[in-house]
Design a protein around this ligand. Structure first.
Ligand SMILES: *Cc1c(COP(=O)(O)O)cnc(C)c1O
Length: 379
């Protein structure tokens, strides 16, 4: 196996990803899916977007022109939506790469119009309204009669869709309904002849929890990767399977006497004879230092708790009572071994953050292997 040449690596379970695509498509037969793949596909690597493409997805959402360009370079066709907007200097790239910008200000519209006029082209765009997120987007009242006259039926710009974004779909159903109602009343005020065909508001949490909000298109991110937007406690309504596994090798096993302190700052002291395994992964690979003395990894199928502070490229775990652990063993940092499983949700909970941040952070691991099925090493 070539992967044991690495001290740590990421495995991408393509079969589980394929499962998730099918399950999510079935959840919403009448509306289409945009795979939101910003931050290198939530840390899974751009190759994972090619897998989504192979599984039939043709709409992708990214945070920046740079990310969109990366996808085009990798042969991704179809619609690429610039969810995070763009800087006016980047407008030319939008035309060259055939991107669909999501527009939140008149400045962006002016830049696009000028460019399209010079090139004698029509640029498609989506309009973003801020119904209660307080981030990007026009306020609903800014989209008035004057706006429509200027931008609604412009001969160089083509309004293809209207969107809003939820602030608390994971945590606050009442606020999400409030935003949805705002959005519906905004849509109700659009002129009869408005040309937009795609109305969208759902992220993963809203997509899963509120089917009545699907409209024409849903922007699904974290659910593709089999991770719950609610974190550990919530049960996912669908059979979504985790895609990312993280492995790291044992560098040394040693037995410390009682009263011995472990790691920088001496945050753990043995109270008995303690067997410690040193695992070759640390915060440089995206494991937050705040997980020290909290998280567990799997060694020989058993849970081994973190002891002492996580360092840059190493962490120490207790393996007292786990038989046969030796240098070179492969520990599972995220994933399943037999009956035990360490999940992204569990790590997020221990680190007091959202699972999204854990995925992005582990995305620092660039040694990635794609597994087409559970037993063979494919690429
Ligand atoms: C990131 C993002 C999403 C996807 O969110 P998930 O919770 O990962 O599903 C949807 N819409 C916008 C505008 C986003 O930026």
């Amino acid at each position: 196996m070539e992967n044991i040449l690495f001290p740590f690596w990421m495995e991408i379970d393509a079969q589980n990803l394929h499962n998730n695509v099918e399950v999510l498509k079935r959840w919403s037969p009448s509306s289409s899916l945009m795979a939101v793949v910003k931050s290198e596909a939530y840390g899974h690597g751009w190759e994972a977007v090619n897998l989504l493409y192979d599984y039939g997805l043709r709409k992708f959402g990214v945070a920046s022109v740079e990310e969109a360009h990366e996808l085009r370079k990798r042969g991704i066709k179809g619609d690429i939506y610039l969810l995070g907007g763009f800087f006016t200097e980047e407008a030319e790239m939008i035309l060259e790469d055939g991107l669909t910008p999501v527009v939140s200000s008149p400045k962006e519209l002016q830049a696009l119009e000028e460019l399209a006029r010079k090139a004698d082209k029509i640029i498609p765009f989506h309009l973003k309204v801020d119904t209660g997120m307080g981030r990007m987007g026009f306020l609903p009242q800014e989209i008035n009669g004057e706006w429509w006259k200027r931008w609604g039926n412009n001969c160089h710009l083509s309004l293809r869709g209207v969107m809003t974004h939820f602030a608390s779909a994971e945590s606050d159903p009442a606020y999400t309904h409030f935003q949805f109602d705002n959005f519906l009343s905004f849509l109700g005020r659009l002129p009869e002849n408005n040309p937009s065909r795609e109305r969208h508001c759902c992220n993963s949490a809203a997509f899963l929890a509120f089917p009545e909000m699907h409209l024409d298109l849903s922007r699904v991110g974290i659910a593709f990767w089999g991770v719950s937007p609610w974190g550990r406690k919530a049960t996912l309504p669908l059979d979504l399977k985790p895609v990312m596994r993280i492995k790291a090798r044992v560098k040394q096993v040693k037995t410390l006497p009682p009263g011995f302190s472990v790691g920088y700052g001496g945050t753990f002291t043995t109270s008995r004879e303690t067997k410690i395994a040193i695992i070759s992964i640390g915060y440089s690979q995206g494991l937050f230092r705040s997980l020290s003395n909290r998280m567990e990894v799997l060694v020989r199928g058993k849970r081994a708790p973190s002891r002492g502070n996580i360092s840059m490229d190493q962490m120490t775990v207790e393996v007292t009572g786990i038989e046969g652990v030796e240098k070179g063993d492969i520990a599972t940092v995220v994933g399943k071994e037999g009956k035990e499983e360490v999940t992204i949700e569990e790590i997020a909970d221990l680190a007091h953050t959202v699972p999204h941040e854990v995925l992005c952070s582990l995305g620092k691991i660039k040694n990635r292997m794609i597994y087409e099925n559970h037993c063979s090493l494919a690429k």
